[in-house]
Design a protein around this ligand. Structure first.
Ligand code: ADP
Ligand code: MG
Length: 320
């Protein structure tokens, strides 16, 4: 089959553009959106390259989900609410089956997370998906990386390590039980962007980041941007029990600290607001764990059961 560029855009990407604030979506030189008074636009972009960020045999639906969700995770980390996105798609060929599956999954995800596809770009080349996500945040209320103070508690949402463990699935000889593979694939292709948590934490957290490169690396960003250091108490790390059954304690800890791809939030809370946050956690309103604290001295350090400092090699994924 052959589809020209404009027919392709019309058929697969022109009907996902309805939503609040959309004045003009796909079809003109630019999209137009209305930013309400008192709100700020939060913008982020992430690119997924086939064979680098996902395996070459990933399904179009899985690729669409991951591409959208990793971007939503960035909005979550700012305490922003998703509204609109653009899609830059580079395709080796205009394959109708691939495009239908991709756009169907993208439409379902866009509905789930209430964001509209307002524009994009379509080119020929090695399969690459760039999504630029836009959201709204109350003016001045965004959760930034630079707001932590010495003594603030360090927290993470959910559990850590599964994102990195999922990469084992793509190793030639993964050897994990089928049920574990299924869960890990879900965690890889459908990470849950912590949007509700990001909103809950506005006015409570002093800084936040989403964990894409590994806890130590990403907490390191908060520390550096805030001119501080941090201490992580290893026995407090939240690890998925089901993963303990299939990996050694050391392996799981390494995944949790340095593996990345978890898309949980790491955030800091000042002493005077910790009671409020801990009460939300205790009441089951916020799935998060306190794992350490911010320190005046720079550097991110880990402490063992007895409070001894540990040296940890490798602090995250770097592209170059
Ligand atoms: P221009 O050359 O003016 O940039 P294009 O021919 O690239 O316009 O795109 C035509 C219209 O289709 C634009 O409104 C653009 O935003 C939209 N568009 C192109 N590719 C995509 C895509 N993959 N998803 C959504 N909208 C797209
Ligand atoms: Mg263009």
């Amino acid at each position: 089959m052959s589809l020209n560029e404009f027919a392709l855009i019309r058929q697969y990407f022109s009907t996902l553009g309805e939503g609040p604030g959309v004045v003009l979506a796909v079809g003109d030189d630019c999209a137009l959106m209305e930013v309400p008074a008192g709100q700020q636009l939060a913008v982020t972009v992430d690119t997924l390259v086939a064979g680098v960020h996902f395996p070459l045999d990933a399904t179009p639906g899985d690729i669409a989900c991951r591409a959208l969700r990793v971007n939503l995770s960035d909005l979550a980390a700012m305490g922003a609410e998703p509204r609109w996105f653009t899609l830059a798609l580079t395709l080796p060929e205009a394959d109708a089956d691939w495009l239908a599956a991709f756009s169907t999954a993208l439409a379902a995800e866009a509905r789930t997370f209430r964001c509209a596809l307002v524009g994009g770009d379509t080119t020929a080349g090695p399969l690459t998906i760039s999504i630029q996500m836009m959201g709204l945040v109350l003016a001045g209320a965004a959760l930034r990386r630079d707001g932590a103070q010495a003594g603030d508690g360090v927290y993470v949402t959910g559990t850590l390590g599964e994102g990195a463990a999922a990469l084992q699935l793509f190793a030639p000889d993964c050897g994990l039980p089928a049920e574990v593979c299924r869960r890990l694939a879900g965690r890889f292709y459908r990470p849950v962007p912590r949007l509700a948590e990001g909103l809950q934490l506005r006015g409570l957290a002093s800084a936040a980041i989403d964990i894409s490169d590994g806890l130590l690396a990403d907490l390191g960003h908060i520390a550096e941007c805030s001119g501080l250091g941090a201490e992580v108490r290893l026995p407090l790390l939240p690890l998925a029990p089901w993963l303990r059954a299939v990996s050694s304690a050391e392996q799981l800890q390494a995944w949790a600290l340095s593996g990345g791809d978890d898309y949980e939030l790491c955030f800091t809370v000042p002493a005077q607001r910790r009671q409020a946050v801990d009460a939300m956690i205790a009441a089951g309103d916020l799935a998060a764990t306190c794992i350490g604290r911010m320190t005046p001295a720079p550097g991110v350090y880990c402490l063992d059961d007895d409070g001894n400092l540990l040296a940890i090699a490798g602090t995250g994924y770097q592209h170059f």
